[in-house]
Design a protein around this ligand. Sequence first.
Ligand SMILES: [Zn+2]
Length: 268
Amino acid sequence: MELDLDGGRLAVFLGGLSLFLLLETVFPARPWQTGRAKRLFFHASLAAVNTVLVRILIYVPLLLWIVHVEEQGWGVARWLGLHDWQEVVVSLIALDLFDYFWHRANHVIPLLWRFHKAHHHDSEMDVSTALRFHPGELFLSAFAKASWVLIWGPSAMAWFVFEGLISLCAQFHHSNIDLPAPIDRWLRRVVVTPRFHTSHHAVERAYGHANYSTIFSFWDPLFGTYRMIPRAQLNSEAIGLPEARDLTLSYRAWFAEPFMRRNTGLPD
Ligand SMILES: [Zn+2]
């Protein structure tokens, strides 16, 4: 079963990547400043490093942990007596809620921000940005995820659906697709759209420290962190963090960022 689900994950990942690459080619929201192939290669190589590290050190132990928690019957989902598709749907919403708070913590707690910053250092945004994470952030989030698994007790199936959707949604909301405004407005009531998430990548920190949702967008309005940067302000200088504009595609800067003395960009 693990292999089948693994193959499914890869198919979802590659399918999403191809689809959103195509859509942002045909309907780009912003012109690219750097070569797209260069960006894709850079981010794909970060993802390759992360995949090897994550697979050995996180993915397998986390999966064993999920199966163990499920076998023991631990967690709120069990306690509520949820099963089958109902369990998958409710777990999806619950796990996405945990993710909202985890992402918010990444923008507030200085140690977490050091690692999460490596993602926000991209001074552009397209589908390849979804591959840009520091391995340190992935390790820290694995511990957070292991805790939610213990608290919530999702089935392995719910977990796979959640992870597949996270990957697809991250590709979608990082992509440089210019959705027609009415469609984006309608869609963003339920799911995180490219416009919704571009606002989260704004240099202007009032917008950057907001819009933390990952799959469902309603968490931000619910918890008072919903802010949209006006479309007119989204020029070529509007995305990223000011202190590393020319280091977007530097392997060294990407890796070393969390260990630098400076740690600016936190909310006041
Ligand atoms: Zn963020």
